[in-house]
Design a protein around this ligand. Sequence first.
Ligand SMILES: [Zn+2]
Length: 79
Amino acid sequence: MKCPYCNNQMEIGRIQSPHEVAWLKGLKRPLLNRSFLHRGSVVLSKKSMMRGSAVKAFCCGMCQKVIIDYSDRSADLNC
Ligand SMILES: [Zn+2]
């Protein structure tokens, strides 16, 4: 994947966590960060009891950006 900022070739990798990985609206951090409690949240990787969660991500070292394409059905590495 080419970086949309600098057109450099991006390196494929993953973002992983022992918890669900989700994008949540706003910057307030409630005690419970469970995505189903937040309207408009985007679950990037569902949690697996055995493996936690992991989502495919592309990194550009030149501009220090990480991009996750959640329209890609294969991005959630737990599916
Ligand atoms: Zn870049």
